[in-house]
Design a protein around this ligand. Sequence first.
Ligand SMILES: [Zn+2]
Length: 394
Amino acid sequence: MQKCTACNLPETYETIEFDENGVCNICRQKEFKDEKIDWQRRAEMLSRVIEKHRGKYEYDCILPFSGGKDSTYTLWYLVKHYKIRPLVVQFNHGFMRDTLMENNRRTFKKLGVDVISFTPNWKLVKRLMLETLVRKGDFCWHCHTGIFAYPMHIALKYQVPLIFWGEPSSEYTAYYNYEDDEIEQVDETRFNRFINLGITAEDMYSMIKDDYQCDPRELTPYTYPKLRDLKKLKYQSVCLGSYIPWDVKENTKIIQQELGWRGDQVEGMPWDEYSYEKIECSMQGMRDYIKYLKRGYSRVSQMTALDLRNGRIAKEYADKLIADYEGRKPPSLTLFLEYLGISEDQFNHIVAKTVVPPFKPDFEGMEYAPKTDDFDRWYREDEQDRGIIFKNPV
Ligand SMILES: [Zn+2]
């Protein structure tokens, strides 16, 4: 496979393009971010956005919150520097880990904020996971649509027009580009462009209603609210990282110091090197595993690409981490198969259909990655609850 000569990302990476020197567009975007964006002007824009909304509603803003490094930093930054009064909204996808929950409790107490936490129906979640795994080779539809849609419903319920997200997508992909010098709006266009995999909640209901007992209202948390209602609210849904230069490593150091935020082990990752990335979901290892099977790279490549772009590690070291860690099975595979009630062969068969050429996965030759410390505490279903309860068993 062709790889970026600067950051190693392969040609199977989403939105990637290479220039005549073999350098990718995401690396070029980073140069633009560092050299051309007037961050002073952006900081003034941020102040204007905040002052426009301050004190006018029950809350100054809605702050969608997973408890990972980015949303924690966003919350800390806005409370600390702007004394903002947010309503923190948490969509619990069902796989939150102990360390994350402890981090959250500590963060909320230290910052003194109001919090709403919502957890959707687990049985429906499992059915949704299976449907998008089969159709797209990606089981996270429920999580991604829920995280981005649900806080918008809360914004409408509380009539709070400003919604603050953390990291802009331009750090990782080129769906949005720093070079356009536009402020990325976290809106329905963006939602349809790369969040919902081209499947709306209404589509999803039609896909599952024949075999699964479901009320259409159960899909509401996954629907994007009506544009008419959002426009009436004069909503503004933006990323903090569009206004201040985003640096994951620096941000993480700050929340560790200020909030006692702790990292965690993630399956298939070099734990000492990247203890801060994607600690919020016990199925992250599965997500990365599927990415590897489909596209021939996983999170190790993404993280080392970011560090290479920032000039923080040597190319040889990045190559070594990738060689040592990528392409291993997560122990959570067993749990995942039990949740969905499918065998490993069925799983491999499903994923094989979504492979992105020229990559060819070797399903047989993969060894297991080590178990994380908290593996034995991850949710494991009793035998009778495993799999999905179908309406008309076939
Ligand atoms: Zn690159």
